[in-house]
Design a protein around this ligand. Structure first.
Ligand code: KG4
Ligand code: ZN
Length: 350
């Protein structure tokens, strides 16, 4: 079974082919970073146009990479939300057109489910598992119990994790995208010179918050006035330590909640762009080993937005008979846990 997956929910245009034996046959990702950099963030209209310009070519290249034609493909999957509506419509409309022209089924994939199921593609893990989803638009802890079966244990009360990194980088004048810039600067920084507070330390539950940390950072930068490269590196290191520490501490609480639901399922999966952060991975590895959990982190290329995760989630749905009609409408907001209360800022970037 082979599925073609299309991703266009934010600023990556991607097309990939995945087979049910967990082989990625092709995985083309085009980052639009350079087009958005002058604006310091993603511009929806520029993103939608870029998806439109590049998607057809990327699909053709993916098929060429895999030495396949569309005849060999069993289903066409596209990221149908949450995300920027213009980009989603480009991907979904393209997928529907291919499905209609070839007579193959169409699968509408929740972008977050793509992130959530990636560890089953890369590591073949079984349900259930605890998922920390940390991306540009999300920061949540979920119990993943099956395809389409998610229970949210905690979520951010303000900014998403990647958003916090991006804002911190902007405050420090480190450029866009912020996560990799903070990580690079932090490598030569001293986190003890300007320590920053850990949000929600000792507070019950496993929700997240970055606004206090962001404020402390803003005050510190204001107090120092002109920043030297040394200052930037030291502050980036402090920010990264506080953010990674916060994420790990709240995840430890999530583990206790997850234990009460699934006593024997001790796997923690980290997904989303921020999972590429090495300091976070170290902090989570410590937390996991302290709680007797196995930590699974997909390779960075599959943590940030890509087509393989959409193809895989599409494949998982397709083999359960979960296909969608050609009247399926893209959803700018689309929570994984339909029963949970609405999230702050959800759906802007996934
Ligand atoms: O999952 P993703 O590629 O896009 C979506 O949000 O769906 O995540 C992008 C986010 C950005 O906010 C970026 O700054 C952050 O992930 N990020 C990082 C790192 N690499 C990317 N944050 C911290 N450290 C990194 N190395
Ligand atoms: Zn994403």
């Amino acid at each position: 079974m082979i599925v073609l997956g299309i991703e266009s929910s934010c600023d990556e245009t991607a097309a990939a082919l995945v087979r049910d034996d967990r082989t990625i046959l092709a995985d083309r990702v085009l980052s639009q970073e350079a087009e958005h950099r002058p604006y310091g963030g993603v511009v929806p209209e520029i993103a939608a146009r870029a998806h439109l310009s590049h998607l057809d070519r990327l699909m053709r290249e993916a098929l060429d990479d895999a030495k396949l034609t569309l005849d060999a493909v069993d289903a066409i999957a596209a990221s149908a939300g949450p995300g920027l509506i213009g980009g989603l419509m480009v991907g979904v409309t393209t997928a529907k057109a291919v499905a209609m022209a070839t007579g193959k089924p169409f699968v509408a994939v929740n972008h977050l489910e793509g992130h959530a199921l990636t560890a089953r593609l890369t590591d073949g893990i079984d349900f259930p598992y605890l998922l920390l989803l940390v991306s540009g638009g999300h920061c949540q802890l979920l119990a993943v119990e099956g395809v389409g079966r998610y229970r949210r244990l905690g979520a951010t009360m303000d900014d998403a994790a990647g958003e916090a990194f991006d804002k911190a980088a902007r405050l420090l004048g480190l450029g866009y995208p912020g996560g990799p810039a903070i990580e690079r600067a932090a490598r030569v920084g001293d986190a003890t010179r300007h320590p920053l507070p850990r949000p929600l330390l000792g507070k019950p539950g496993c929700d997240f918050s970055f606004s206090g940390l962001k404020n402390a950072l803003r005050l510190l930068v204001g107090r120092l006035g002109t920043l030297t490269d040394r200052d930037r590196a030291d502050i980036a290191a402090s920010f990264q330590a506080a953010a990674a520490g916060h994420l790990a501490e709240r995840t430890a609480r999530g583990m206790t909640m997850f234990d009460a639901m699934h006593a024997d399922a001790r796997t923690l999966v980290v997904a989303g762009g921020v999972a590429a952060n090495a300091a976070l991975r170290v902090a989570l590895a410590e937390t996991a080993s302290r709680h007797g959990y196995r930590l699974v982190v997909p390779p960075p290329r599959l943590c940030t937005d890509n087509g393989a995760m959409i193809a895989w989630a599409g494949l998982e749905r397709f083999r359960l008979g979960l296909t969608d009609g050609l009247d399926f409408a893209s959803r700018p907001r689309w929570p994984l846990d339909a029963g949970a209360p609405p999230l702050v800022g959800a759906g802007v970037k996934a």
